[in-house]
Design a protein around this ligand. Sequence first.
Ligand code: U2F
Length: 453
Amino acid sequence: MQVPNEGHVAALAFPFGTHATPLLTLVRRLSASAPNLKFSFINTSKSNQKVFSKIKPNDYQNIKPFNVDDGVPEGHVFSGDPLEAVELFLRAMPENFKNGLEGAVAETGAKITCLLTDAFFWFGADMGAEMGVPWVAFWTAAPCSISVHMYTDVVRNTLKGKEENGDETLDFIPGMSAIRAKDLPAGIVHGKLEAPFNIMVHKMGQTLPRATALAINSFEEINPTITNDLKSKLKMVLNIGPFDLAWPPKSFSDESGCIPWLDNHDKASVAYLSFGSLLTPQPNELIALAEALETQRVPFLWSFRDSSKLQLLEGFLERTSTLGKVVPWTPQLQVLEHPSVGVFITHAGWNSVSESIARGVPMICRPFFADQGLNSRLVEEVWKIGVSVEGGNFTKSATTKALELVFSSGKGGEMRENIGNLKQKAKIAVGSDGSSTKNFTSLVKVVAGCENA
Ligand code: U2F
């Protein structure tokens, strides 16, 4: 493929959760395939610092970070509500990004030729049209969750008055018959429909048909019916993942010594626990989880990000010092790759689910918010590669039951077999002739402005 000598791609990042990191990975993949193009990465200063600190300057030579206003007024005192920073940022949009784009054009001296945004940013459609350039939206989660946002109005109309117990299924949407109303993210039929975040994702679903392309960090074979349905509704749907298989990080750091610790354990014997980048379960759930691990004598490696809550586990930590290891952060990809890991206890954030699939580790899911309920349901009911904790939250008995199911029952064996098959499909998708590889080539053409090349 001939890539033009000129071109300036502006990438607009959502600076919360695990959104900016996969977007930067995508930008790095694109810049490696189209080294003639310039890339501007437009994000808040805090998030830019975080995501760029993880990579070496050599790895982003033609990518320039630009900082935008995070919307936090000077001297603002946060109340402790995790959504507050998000809502302040949403209020500053899209003006902050318009300023960021102007800054990127002024500093590089190159006009924008392609707008690549987190799919949340529905205003990319108008921005792209005004600039006369393609708008490429990037969805960091699964095809299933984007489908739900595309069908929000249909779901609302169909479930009106029936959503009470949440057991109504979405069998009126292709590929979604296993999904129940209660698995849906807040903002579709329950929760505050008028909350700024929920308005944003609703608008996203309505605007995506205007996108030149939608790129997804997944692979087609994982949900072919949903992918085909999305293809019938959008101009171009390009599953280009799983990223961590298609473009694995070159190095990793293991400051807490997780890998040597895992080396000293038997095959598939360890439970790995992590709840992603945003949350820590409530104290009663933490205690129930700890009690189940201790009683079952399951060796565990726990990524425990909020050290202020560690005191809740006092006593447990001392009693289990030879059974388990609690660390502030792990090299998760390498941990999941390790043969000693037998189960992943997760909040079912998409990156975690996808990384676990790509490494063949069955899951125990305890979803909290957003797409996590959908992902858990797919894990348990559709792919049959794990289980959700009974009753929806960690109690000692529900966690014990889930551990027994994965470690000691025939069902656990089936889960391992199913996830092994899915892992194979993921590997094929990112192979030289695979669907994700072909889709990525199409994406490079769109971004480089030579889609007919
Ligand atoms: C939001 O998800 P989170 O950021 O909370 O969680 P994940 O999507 O699972 O991503 C967590 C990432 O952090 C890494 C891990 C994942 O790539 O490998 N990590 C690590 O390297 N070491 C650790 O000790 C712990 C984690 C949101 F909450 C979800 O609902 C969405 O699905 C998701 C994607 O949009 O963003």
